[in-house]
Design a protein around this ligand. Structure first.
Ligand SMILES: *[C@@H]1O[C@H](CO)[C@@H](O)[C@H](O)[C@H]1NC(C)=O
Ligand SMILES: *[C@@H]1O[C@H](CO)[C@@H](O)[C@H](O)[C@H]1NC(C)=O
Ligand SMILES: *[C@@H]1O[C@H](CO)[C@@H](O)[C@H](O)[C@H]1NC(C)=O
Ligand SMILES: *[C@@H]1O[C@H](CO)[C@@H](O)[C@H](O)[C@H]1NC(C)=O
Ligand SMILES: *[C@@H]1O[C@H](CO)[C@@H](O)[C@H](O)[C@H]1NC(C)=O
Ligand SMILES: *[C@@H]1O[C@H](CO)[C@@H](O)[C@H](O)[C@H]1NC(C)=O
Ligand SMILES: *[C@@H]1O[C@H](CO)[C@@H](O)[C@H](O)[C@H]1NC(C)=O
Ligand SMILES: *[C@@H]1O[C@H](CO)[C@@H](O)[C@H](O)[C@H]1NC(C)=O
Length: 288
């Protein structure tokens, strides 16, 4: 017994030695997010993209009881992720004055993506909304957004490229006031809710097989709501959910209908003179 416990202890020491300690290049305040400065939190045009991606991809939080420290750098493409460690998912939130294209190759996972306008002054002052000045979004390797993807007050955006994105929790896109845009999410498999506004001409979710709440699209463009709604209504999962789509070509609302569930006992009992049918059924079962 003593011997095996010694071995376990030894192997943990071995693992701990194999993973790289957190080197603070990804910010000094991981321990206390309340202390995060704007410069650390917001993605600026002057951002070092390689550093951002390296941090988003390699910072792991590990069990302090096993490793005597909380933060480590682990490149899961080159080394196994040890037990008790999980990736620290980051945010990509553009700063209020970010202007131009947003291109972040190599980024595969985020907790949240936020690109939105800001209010000049405060809400109490009825502050003037300053739309975002991001012009295009290209995240060619992004696969997972654990929480919310929000692009709002984004009249300046002309294209959105997310070819590998498979999962989002909540999706809000608002291109109101911007140019006509065609949207496709070629790899998106599951999403909790979808709300999309803008001059959308085509909208495509070819891989989608599960949404949990109503899909809402309000387009000032030529989107074919009829085809769109029919193609997605049966991906929604709950009663009362469905697809609500409005565009220049007409409005369509379809509600999810739960397919009839096969009930085990019905048949034989509901037949008039049921006892006969039941007897026959029992005889059949006994014969098996
Ligand atoms: C966006 O660009 C416009 C025009 O250059 C500028 O007036 C505005 O302040 C910018 N918005 C923000 C939030 O910086
Ligand atoms: C954006 O605004 C921040 C202050 O919020 C400022 O420090 C930074 O220099 C600005 N960046 C640009 C490109 O204007
Ligand atoms: C969409 O964007 C427009 C323009 O920025 C804004 O007025 C509107 O409130 C936004 N809608 C939603 C649902 O956020
Ligand atoms: C969107 O797709 C339609 C149909 O394929 C095409 O006619 C239109 O030019 C496209 N619009 C944009 C902004 O790419
Ligand atoms: C959706 O598709 C994925 C990948 O093909 C599959 O793993 C998953 O089970 C599917 N979910 C449903 C609800 O069909
Ligand atoms: C859809 O957009 C139009 C015009 O922007 C607006 O009047 C309407 O209230 C919106 N509908 C929903 C359901 O948001
Ligand atoms: C579609 O709905 C919008 C509000 O979302 C409304 O303004 C418009 O008149 C409706 N169009 C049709 C054809 O029913
Ligand atoms: C969706 O499923 C329901 C019940 O399972 C079925 O009656 C209906 O035809 C389907 N709708 C479409 C557009 O495939």
């Amino acid at each position: 017994m003593m011997f095996s416990r010694y071995l376990v202890g030894l192997s943990i020491v071995g693992l701990a030695a194999a993973i790289a300690a957190y080197n603070r290049e990804c910010g000094p305040t991981l321990e206390d997010t309340a202390k995060t400065t704007d410069a650390e939190f917001y993605f600026d045009v002057t951002e070092d993209v390689d550093l951002f991606v390296r941090c988003a991809e390699t910072v792991y939080e590990c069990d302090t009881k096993l490793y005597n420290a909380r933060w480590f750098m682990i490149d899961s493409t080159k080394e196994p992720v040890p037990v008790g460690c999980r990736k620290q998912l980051g945010h990509l939130t553009t700063s209020h004055n970010y202007t131009g294209p947003l291109e972040v190759p190599g980024l595969t996972e985020l907790y949240g993506l936020g690109i939105r306008g800001t209010y000049e002054g405060t809400y109490e002052d009825n502050g003037l909304l300053l739309p975002t000045n991001v012009t295009s979004i290209d995240l060619p390797d992004l696969v997972n957004i654990a929480n919310t993807m929000t692009i709002n007050n984004a009249a300046s955006i002309t294209s959105l490229n997310l070819p590998k994105l498979r999962h989002i929790n909540k999706l809000l896109l608002n291109f109101t006031g911007g140019p006509a845009i065609n949207l496709t999410f070629p790899s998106l498999v599951d999403v909790s809710s979808i709300a999309i506004y803008g001059e959308i001409d085509t909208l495509d979710f070819p891989a989608l097989n599960e949404t949990r709440n109503t899909i809402m699209v309000n387009s000032t463009g030529n989107l074919d709501c009829d085809t769109f709604s029919k193609s997605l209504v049966n991906t929604t999962r709950y009663d009362q959910s469905g697809v609500s789509c409005a565009s220049r070509r007409g409005n369509v609302t379809l509600t999810h209908v739960e397919p009839p569930k096969p009930t085990v006992t019905s048949g034989a009992f509901k037949i008039p003179g049921g006892s006969l049918a039941l007897t026959a059924l029992l005889a059949y079962i006994l014969a098996l």
